[in-house]
Design a protein around this ligand. Structure first.
Ligand code: VOV
Length: 247
């Protein structure tokens, strides 16, 4: 049997993708729309307080194309908190005018094939990566992925040493994008339909294309990567929400 890699887990994560039901939204009176918008803004304010107190983080992005209109990404210490937020949001008047398109449940994960800190204790850098404040960068790119388990190409049957080498090469490519792309890897084995959620942030949309393309040639992605649907979008700040919802 090959040896499982040790993983470190941080905050739980919910990616919630919604489409606006614009036709229904347009039937509301101006006052009703204002009420619903304020309800949503109150949620965002609450989330900002949580983030300021460093007990969670969130990101709101407007999504391109027909897969969804916006994505809320939430990080919290427990699954119960995420569930509470989800339920509370679904009960708002605003949520009545959204359609649930897709969601993803996972937990922030660090694999330790090539530990950067040999001492094994939780240094501040590791803590910051397990409990991250999500960047407020201009663009987001989310997709779920698996490592292949198919005949001779079975990641889970490879000896630890081989996986370690491949993950080192992966990390080196990623490091070439330092400052340009920030990645949050969330693990979802046993939690959702794919094994990982990949969430990338950048101020330059093209960097997603360049990074993902470069990684396609790297063995761990070329041979073992299987990918779900890609969702890309632009940051939607709290201040921009009223204009976004203007009809
Ligand atoms: C900014 C880009 C960037 C950087 C710096 C980066 C670095 C790193 C490091 C250092 C490590 C840990 C390796 C180890 O030695 O432990 C990882 C781990 C991981 N990654 Fe990554 N990754 C990036 C980016 C990045 C991308 C774009 C993808 C998607 C792959 C693609 O082809 O589309 C990805 C996936 C993953 C996954 C699924 C894991 C966990 C794999 C497992 O089996 O556990 N990742 N990643």
């Amino acid at each position: 049997m090959s040896e499982a890699a040790i993983t470190l887990e941080g905050w739980y994560c919910l990616h919630d993708f919604r489409t606006m039901d614009w036709a229904a939204w347009k039937t509301l009176s101006g006052d009703q729309r204002e009420y619903a918008i304020n309800e949503f803004l109150t949620f965002l304010e609450k989330w900002e307080n949580v983030e300021a107190n460093k007990v969670g983080s969130h990101a709101l992005y407007s999504i391109m194309g027909q897969k969804a209109d916006f994505m809320m990404m939430l990080l919290r210490p427990t699954m119960e908190e995420l569930n509470e937020i989800e339920n509370a949001f679904n009960k708002t008047a605003f949520a009545q005018y959204t359609v649930k398109e897709y969601s993803y449940v996972s937990v922030v994960e660090l694999s330790t094939y090539n530990p950067q800190n040999e001492s094994g204790e939780m240094d501040p850098m590791i803590k910051a990566r397990l409990f991250p404040e999500l960047p407020k960068w201009k663009h987001v790119c989310f997709y779920p992925m698996d490592k292949r388990r198919d005949g001779d190409d079975n990641w889970y049957m490879l000896p630890m040493e081989e996986r370690k080498k491949m993950m080192y090469s992966h990390g080196m490519i990623g490091r070439g994008y330092a400052g340009k792309v920030k990645q949050i890897i969330t693990g979802s084995v046993g939690l959702d339909d794919w094994e990982w959620g990949v969430t990338l942030f950048s101020n330059d949309m093209l960097q997603f294309k360049k990074l993902v393309y470069e990684m396609r040639f790297d063995e761990v992605s070329a041979r073992y990567g299987e990918f779900g649907s890609f969702y890309v979008g632009n940051i939607l700040t709290k201040e921009a929400v009223p204009a976004y919802l203007q009809v």
